[in-house]
Design a protein around this ligand. Sequence first.
Ligand code: GAP
Length: 458
Amino acid sequence: MNATSQSPGDHPDGLMDKLVSLAKRRGFIFQSSEIYGGVGSVYDYGPLGIELKNNIQSRWWREMVHGHANIVGLDAGILMNPEVWVASGHVGAFSDPLAECLSCHRRFRTDELTDLEAGRADDQQCSVCGATGKWSEPKQFNLMFKTFMGVVEGESSTVYLRPETAQGIFVNFRNVMDSSRLKVPFGIAQVGKAFRNEITPGNFVFRTREFEQMEMQFFIEPGTGGYWFQEWRAWRMEWVRSLGIRPDRLRFHDHGPDELAHYCAEAVDIQYRFPFGWQEFEGIHNRTDYDLSAHQEHSGKKLEYIDPAAGKRFIPHVIETSAGLSRLLLVVLADAYTEEEVDGAARTVLKLHPSLAPVRAAVFPLIKKLGMPEIAEKLAAELRRQHNVFFDVAGSIGRRYRRQDEAGTPFCVTVDGQTVEDETCTIRHRDTLEQVRVPLSGVGQWIAAAVAASPTST
Ligand code: GAP
């Protein structure tokens, strides 16, 4: 086989549109409530999308929780006491300034209105209706979704959908530390939904109003923040690279003083070079004792740590690693999407790391007779004990390969005439297109070994 692909490091033209279309066609991602015309920037994950998301999440959990003796997991509620968000600063400060076009009444973030920001409101044109110079005074717009708890609506029953998972960790700091008998330094990790009423969502699942985060708060002794910040900065990049993401599309972006969030002493983003530019998908933040101190003061409950050896008391400082699961899924998809020519024919293939691929192996009988379907079905059933396996008899073998290439399936196992005679089958590798003959009884092990041996970019 003779395969040529796009030059490494370059995305194919029109990649975002191609991804949206492939994601729908193959069952990765659908627009939410599509039959009703959708709902503002919310997406549903289809059969392949949920497998991919689960695989990314499980690699993160294995790395962060199972891979560290001093990091434990948590699953806190999405709805919390509204005082949490007062203490964290989100009620007061989690907002963007918006100005309204007085002609068409559309609202814009002021940082998108360059003339208005520069004090030339009279020159500022509305990008929707074209009116010039007709702007309201900018107003702060809080990004948290509000809802009501209980049967009576009103300010007293207002609760918020959490805009980050981190606060669920801070308010459980004592519960987890006391019940798990952890000693500083230790971490608490959590994966879950977060909600932000984003003013300018977009770029598919890059910025949505409902999304998932994978966050870890690492509680440390005051004065050690600089050291742990550097450690986590390096470890997180190493992990991202272990997913097989191309290194030339990854970089750090250190926050300057004017970029730092209100709770941060130091921050760095891990960015990916999307087709729409370099953008963050994970942040590492030195949050000092900002959150625990704020919750201690606001709740009146002590959130100190008592060092058992030295006997000293302190409020731990925190290094946070905060990744967007849905945004990382977009990184993984964008990075894997490849267009290439094989023996003169175009093929689209998702070169996903085998540990992330939604379907690990597809099993095909070459033709629907001579006992091949029965053997193939039996093999698929056996492999399912170890791997996520797809069985397909429909269409020519070439079409079946193409469908699995688009799904990112790393291995296609074909039962053919020779199998009936000698109980061997072929395994085709998605990326190299090489085929090997393997005994039916050894296929499961062969695939497991190939996944374990898959190279990463570290
Ligand atoms: N606890 C800190 C925190 O939430 P953040 O930088 O606001 O920090 C962390 O968010 C990560 O969450 C981002 O790097 C991004 O991957 C993801 N994220 C934030 N807003 C998002 C949105 N509207 N849609 C998808 N992912 C989002």
